[in-house]
Design a protein around this ligand. Structure first.
Ligand code: ZN
Length: 324
């Protein structure tokens, strides 16, 4: 039976994006698959008095089950109230929807926002697919994120060898003809924990760490000029904190040369029309680092609560830091 997100106490992105664009900040969109991630996201958002976007990919939906996710989102809203937030601003968003049917299924099952990613399709096909999703979504007051340009990297089913920056000359035509509410663009961010190959980076002579190439702010500003005030989204924006990577590697992990987007660049981008920043890998790293460390230090423990609690705490710390 179909359920509207409004019955679950969720909100769409329209109002929060308008405020974010005006206020020169971005709202973090955290991917989640587990109860611990959900709890940590809600605790961080309530503590920082921030709206938050909780998003799931197709893979996460397959992992966690769509029905369970719907109730988890509803649980997130109720949990936020219990933690003292009178009017939680929580979005349940589909990340990288790849078909009209998947988007429709999510809209019919309590999602307040969906992404239709037709960025791998020819331009006209991307427009046609996005427009179809927008028409259905708007009948249900669900907001739609579309994508133009291709991000490199691997995340769940989404992968591409190399990135193609969004072409600023296409954005007006695309936004007008599709009616989408926000636009994910490609300016050099990338999916996953290995955003750049070592040969794309330079090395900091002091620390020996990899320094990634800078984001294409010129492309971002050109897009902003074409679409003033239009909500822009950055995918693949984890910073891949070096201390988490070091913890993982110090406790039996093997993540050589993992590299993300420096936070200064993301903060810079969020002052512009960028109003949603997607973060997934950082949560994975925070969880894995805490668990690896715990296992190493307490080989005699086997109750999942013992190691999931520090994992949850570590994720919450990371989420709070991102929201500020
Ligand atoms: Zn993405």
């Amino acid at each position: 039976m179909a359920v509207s997100y409004k019955e679950l106490g969720l909100v769409n992105t329209r109002e929060m994006f308008a405020k974010a664009v005006k206020g020169g900040y971005a709202i973090p969109a955290f991917n989640f698959n587990t109860m611990e991630q959900m709890q940590a996201i809600v605790q961080a958002a309530v503590k920082q008095k921030s709206p938050v976007i909780m998003q799931v990919s197709k893979g996460a939906r397959n992992y966690a089950n769509g029905t369970i996710l719907r109730y988890m989102a509803q649980g997130a809203v109720e949990y936020a109230k219990e933690l003292g937030c009178a009017n939680p601003q929580i979005v349940l968003h589909l990340d990288h929807g790849d078909s009209f049917e998947l988007c429709k299924d999510c809209i019919d099952n309590g999602f307040s926002s969906v992404m239709i990613d037709g960025s791998a399709l020819p331009y006209e096909d991307n427009i046609a697919l996005t427009k179809k999703v927008v028409e259905y979504a708007h009948q249900h007051d669900v907001t739609v994120e579309a994508e133009l340009g291709v991000l490199a990297g691997v995340e769940d089913e989404v992968q591409a060898e190399e990135s193609h920056y969004t072409k600023p000359e296409e954005v007006i035509d695309f936004a007008t003809r599709t009616g989408c509410d926000s636009l994910a663009i490609s300016i050099g961010t990338s999916h996953g924990a290995y955003k750049f190959k070592p040969e794309q980076c330079t090395r900091d002579p002091k620390t020996g760490k990899l320094v990634p190439p800078p984001l294409a702010f010129d492309v971002l500003h050109a897009i902003e000029k074409k679409l003033p005030g239009f909500p822009i989204v950055l995918h693949g924006s984890s910073s891949v904190p070096q201390d988490e990577v070091d913890t993982i590697n110090a406790h039996g992990g093997k993540l050589p040369d993992a590299v993300g987007i420096p936070e200064e660049q993301l903060r810079e981008a969020s002052k512009s029309a960028v109003c949603k920043i997607n973060i997934d890998s950082d949560s994975r790293l925070a969880m894995t680092a805490a668990i690896r460390k715990y296992f190493d230090e307490h080989p005699e423990h086997f109750d999942p609560r013992q190691y999931l609690k520090p994992a949850r705490e570590n994720m919450q710390k990371m989420y709070e830091h991102k929201i500020v």
